[in-house]
Write a protein that binds this ligand. Structure first.
Ligand code: FES
Length: 165
């Protein structure tokens, strides 16, 4: 059925892993934020990096997202531990969906929040550590693929004072 959630999704929603609960953002080496215009939800991902081999040692997150966003980012935050920044950067929403056992079609867009914010956090790390040449995206700009909204559309809309898309 269309709205069936896998047991893994339910587990990660009910018991999300690695949520940032303390106000210790300053302890993290990279922070990335993204949003989903379709629903207005937001995601922030925080990483700690071992500078010796550029692997991720900790990955925490916070969101105003829905159950699917929570489950997706919860599982992502476990997947990336021990990965190099390059490996983590390459994770796609497809990889997350596979790990979760899928999401209902209408909720697939929710699974892109975590990996986008993660890439922004990795780029933030590069920027703070003199590795600007490794930055692949300018920033995790708010872009909604489902509605084909671009950064520029949003900028224009903001300039014109439009509040809904
Ligand atoms: Fe917004 Fe799922 S509905 S992240």
């Amino acid at each position: 059925a269309k709205w069936t959630y896998s047991d893994k999704v339910k587990d990660h929603f009910m018991n999300p892993r690695n949520i940032l609960r303390e106000d210790n953002e300053a302890d993290f080496h990279g922070i990335g934020q993204t949003g989903n215009i379709k629903c207005g939800d937001e995601m922030i991902v925080y990483i700690k990096v071992d500078p010796a081999d550029l692997t991720i040692t900790e990955c925490k997150w916070r969101t105003y997202g829905c159950a699917s966003a929570i489950a997706s980012t919860s599982i992502l935050s476990e997947m990336v531990i021990g990965m190099t920044l390059d490996q983590a950067y390459a994770i796609t929403a497809k990889d997350i969906l596979k790990e979760l056992g899928g999401l209902p079609d209408n909720k697939v867009h929710c699974s892109v929040l975590g990996d986008k914010a993660l890439r922004a956090a990795i780029d933030d790390y590069y920027g703070k550590n003199g590795m600007e040449d490794r930055i692949k995206t300018q920033s995790a700009k708010i872009v909604c693929e489902c509605m084909q909204v671009t950064d520029e559309d949003i900028e224009h809309a903001v300039l014109e004072g439009v509040r809904s898309f």
